[in-house]
Design a protein around this ligand. Sequence first.
Ligand code: PGA
Length: 256
Amino acid sequence: MRRLFVAGNWKMNLLQTSATGLAAQLAAAISAEIPAVEVAVCPPFPYLAAVGAALAGSGVSLGAQNASQEKPGAFTGEVAVEMLADIGCRWVILGHSERRQFYGETDELVSRKALAALAGGLDVILCVGESLSQRQAGQTETVLDAQLLGSLRGLTDAALRRVVIAYEPVWAIGTGVTATTEQAESAQKHLRNWLEKHYNPSVAQAMRILYGGSVKAQNAAALLAQPNVDGALVGGASLKIEDFLPIVQAAQMAKK
Ligand code: PGA
């Protein structure tokens, strides 16, 4: 049994009042004991501490959207894993397609960040996903294989237990075009098969694989009903309580 996981990626959105206000609403709605579902939100760096304080005692944990692969030191503009753990982060999103696309992050860099994050006490949400042209060229599975191989380089079975994979087809992110349930399940089953081949199969079976890309209240239940969709990484619909809560509720209802 894999515990479903719904994570909100706030990206570069909200300001202090709206961020802490949303966190307070989430804390009030999501109690510490929701056995079926794990919930996290990932605010921008400046609001992590304040959002963490607003979430204290609730069933929602805190994540960052990125972290440096380096130890604390002379790296202007960067944020170390140690700092994120220190202010109460449990999670870090790594390898998001926006970081790969706009900031040149490679699989090699993502793997260094993952190793640093796990060593520093953060659990990792690792994003992979193909572009539209790659899908149209029939390269989806090859692209996913290469991303997993490169991004997970150096991780042991024990480390993998603290990693959640997020399958996020780039063409579905922020576009309103969601993958069909068949497309999501097929890619996510492929990811699990790859993990089973390269790691201890029981570890691969226990791993959560989330779907991300225009998840909304209207499509969450159908996606979460797929055997290899163990939760959702939610962007746009995580910014308003009335959009996000129904997705958490859909996860609570999903019988796995
Ligand atoms: P979206 O973003 O839900 O706005 O498509 C998902 C993501 O990028 O994690």
